[in-house]
Design a protein around this ligand. Structure first.
Ligand code: MG
Ligand code: MG
Length: 266
């Protein structure tokens, strides 16, 4: 069942979502060559708790950390480790919080130092596909309109592959609610988008083929062909006229632009 939120609930999800965005900006500020995922995870957890919230991922089905950090051929659900970042790494960071009983969820992929132009393009295309997808999230459309927009841009226009096994989702009092929001599909199919549905849209886009597998840590999802993958995510609310983006990349991108170790990609 898809549960529609009241305006008050959308506002509470916005507060949680904005804290997620601030947390990712804090990550962006501290993400440098020579740092590592475990250090960033500690910073993020402390930041979330200092702001009166609880990390949503830590302990979720046994996940050990606050951040999912998925590097290079890792798609999503990577466990932060102590390996220092080196030039050429692409680092996707996904996090969520719960505050006042409501969740927020967002992800961003960062480029460390000099990254190959082909990989920069993958990251730009993935971010743009999120915006194209969420632009379809208005009353009168269906989930498939969002899915099709993402898939068409990534696969047809740019020859990348959208991961099928993992999808976006409704969000609210739970981290994952109905409906599922796949990154592939057909226009005019799937559940109708209704006013005050809140969903997390999150394209996971592979440079090569779409096949994935789970690492021996039982969490990290990796590309089978070992080629890189990118991931961006916003939490949004559906309205009649335009999608209301509850998370924001603005603060993250301000940090990237003043961080000499991260390359900004439009
Ligand atoms: Mg997420
Ligand atoms: Mg999500």
């Amino acid at each position: 069942m898809i549960n529609l939120k009241t305006d008050e609930e959308v506002e509470l999800i916005r507060q949680s979502s904005l804290l997620v965005s601030k947390t990712l900006a804090e990550v962006a500020k501290n993400l440098t060559l020579g740092t590592n995922g475990l250090k960033l995870d500690r910073i993020a957890e402390e930041f979330i708790r200092d702001n009166g919230a609880v990390p949503a991922f830590k302990g979720y089905k046994g996940f050990p950390n606050t951040l999912c950090i998925s590097k290079n051929d890792a798609v999503v659900h990577g466990i932060p480790d102590a390996k220092d970042y080196i030039p050429g790494d692409i680092v996707s960071v996904d996090t969520g919080v719960v505050m006042n009983g409501y969740y927020g969820d967002s992800a961003y992929t960062f480029c460390m130092g000099e990254v190959n132009d082909n990989i920069k393009k993958l990251i730009g295309v993935t971010k743009k596909s999120l915006m194209l997808g969420l632009s379809k999230a208005i009353v009168g459309n269906r989930v498939g309109d969002v899915s099709q927009a993402i898939q068409h841009y990534c696969e047809k226009e740019n020859s990348y592959s959208c991961v099928r096994e993992l999808v976006g989702h409704g969000i609210g009092k739970n981290l994952h609610e109905a409906p599922e929001v796949p990154n592939y599909g057909n226009r005019g199919t799937g559940p109708k988008l209704l006013k005050n549905m809140v969903i997390a849209i999150e394209p996971m886009v592979n440079f090569g083929k779409r096949s994935i597998y789970t690492a021996t840590d039982n969490w990290t999802i990796l590309t089978k062909d070992r080629l890189p993958s990118a991931h961006f995510e916003h939490t949004i609310a559906v309205s009649e006229s335009y999608p209301i983006i509850l998370t924001t990349f603005e603060w993250i991108e301000e940090e990237i632009k003043t961080n000499r170790d991260i390359v900004y990609i439009d």
